[in-house]
Ligand binder design. Sequence first.
Ligand code: COI
Length: 356
Amino acid sequence: MSYTFKITKIEKSGISNLDFNNIPFGKVFTDHMFVADFINGEWTNLEIKPVAPIPTHPGNMAWHYGQAIFEGMKATIDNSGNALLFRPEMHAERINKSAVRMSMPEIPHDLFLQAVHNLVDMEKSWIPPQAGSALYIRPFMYATDETIGVRSSETYKFIIFTMPVGPYYTNPVKLLAQDKYIRAVVGGVGEAKTAGNYAASLLPATMARKEGYDQVMWLDGVHKKYVQEIGTMNIFFVINDEIITPNLDGAILAGITRDSMLTLFRDQGYKVTERPISIDELIEAGKNGTLTEAFGSGTAAVIAPASHIKHNDDVVILDTDNRKYSKWAFDTINGIRNRTKEDKFNWIVPAEPYRN
Ligand code: COI
């Protein structure tokens, strides 16, 4: 189905203020955003307009009860100047899985994709060409009913804005596994990309930073034993030349970069296993030298090697200069994204405006 958007263009673009060689992650916004309202059971007021604050009533339900979900996608640019989306349909599917879990309305795939395509096409001059840089696309939805009773909202806003970004992590990450706080349990909302999961991670992340660590490596909420994810990324380990990542147990976000890496590793003939992996096994493998790499995968982070893993008094230090698998993963996914490597699985979709 094709949708009609009202389009209002900005009077003067802010792009002249952008230093393409020095883009901090998540601080620079492009000119336009897409906005839609869910009212009376349908998506309406579909509009692309200049980025601006959105006035919100203090009784807005999202502030109080947290019905808020989001996606993170990226657009890159090839040598011919085409804006390229990476697996956009998977993001359209995943936002709806989050919506269902958070008792929010689904977004028709065609609406989601048309909004992403049109907005990215409009903003494509903002896409940084450097390897590892991209246009980060943030689709999100939140409740807008103004009432204080605890129930599902009946109205929502769906917004997409975009930002030129450099790498999320510029150095190898130091990971701290701790037993005090948990991120998610099976049956909770760990699989949903919802704001509260990130809010819950902030205190432990601040505590980790005080100890000199960049991120918490979350353990399962029941046994406090099995590694789940990092919160900003999924996690992979290499032990005895086997690539291992925690299986999607219902509490872990189903990362699209994770899925892509599993496909690419398997296609390359590497040994890959999705299974529960305990922190004890990891520390032991770190001590006896069979753990040779650990790396996160995510849209924002792409592939981020880990240099340290700490749990209680044990610290494993990894040689990040000697990374066979994560380096191959980083080069391959970036190469597919800027069309310098074969896109064997047809993941790249040129961003093209839908003409109404
Ligand atoms: C992403 O990788 O796109 C994420 O959403 C993770 C983080 C920046 C919150």
